[in-house]
Design a protein around this ligand. Structure first.
Ligand code: SAH
Length: 241
């Protein structure tokens, strides 16, 4: 049996485990979705897979669900960081949503020299990632990191992590991902609307762990480039194959 409503919760899930709802969750389930006692919901918490749960108590300000059976095992995405320079609010929201659906393990907003925005609302972006995971059937929610400077992120780059550098200066070239570094940690980097500075481009292309790629013969907007890059990576090295 499958439930229509999927809800991310922070409590542990397991056979017979009861889960108390927050006020907002209770409002959504009983007020908006009109569920009552005996109604079914799919729950996941990013650790215990997906569980079918039944409403055992329903109130205006809260409620209790009881886990009946596991419906999906935990499925972790590949170890892929998705790094991007935040752009306008609605487009940044879109990027976080798509990166979650496409299977990034960690979403990292980075400030580059031409980044349009200097602040992000990490909590709001994290909530977007939760919503995207709820609707796409995932059992994992990527962490959205706080905004950090690109040069700082490169200064403390972890050993062994490969970087797919989407470089708009390579537009139209034949640089694609070779399926060589499969199974190791990766990161994808997408620049802001203004692109990368010459200085950033010089540093990035010289990194021994960087793989410079082109995303085809046209310059894509950053939000389109995000989806295209994730597709390309998943196809060559990720969990699509
Ligand atoms: N204003 C810049 C384009 C920036 S596009 C210019 O006109 O050159 C935003 C980001 O999307 C880029 O920094 C790059 O990371 C990515 N991107 C867009 N199109 C691309 C392409 N054809 N190849 C590689 N990366 C691309």
């Amino acid at each position: 049996m499958s439930a229509k409503i999927r809800l991310y919760v922070e409590q542990p899930l397991g056979q017979g485990q009861s889960v108390e709802l927050t006020r907002e969750q209770a409002h959504y389930m009983f007020g908006v979705m009109r569920l009552g006692v005996g109604g079914q919901v799919a729950l996941f918490n990013g650790q215990d897979g997906e569980w079918l749960a039944e409403v055992s108590e329903a109130g205006k300000r809260g409620g209790v669900l009881t886990c009946a059976q596991q419906t999906k095992p935990l499925q972790l995405p590949p170890d892929l960081w998705f790094m991007f320079a935040p752009i306008k609010k609605a487009r940044t929201d879109f990027i976080v949503e798509k990166a979650t659906e496409m299977g990034a393990a960690r979403i990292m907003p980075v400030q580059t020299q031409f980044t349009n925005s200097e602040r992000i609302r990490q909590d709001r972006l994290q909530a977007h990632a939760v919503e995207a995971a709820e609707q796409c059937g995932g059992t994992f929610v990527p962490e959205v990191a706080d905004l950090q400077r690109l040069d700082k992120a490169l200064d403390s780059w972890p050993d062994g992590r490969q970087l797919m550098f989407c470089n708009e200066a390579e537009v139209g070239s034949a640089l694609h991902l070779a399926a060589s570094e499969k199974g190791c940690p990766w990161a994808i980097l997408i620049g802001p609307e203004g692109g990368f500075s010459d200085q950033e481009r010089a540093r990035l292309t010289a990194l021994p762990y960087a793989h410079v790629v082109s995303l085809g013969p046209r310059i894509l907007r950053a939000d389109t480039a995000a989806v295209a890059a994730l597709t390309m990576w998943q196809q060559a090295l990720g969990d699509w194959v």
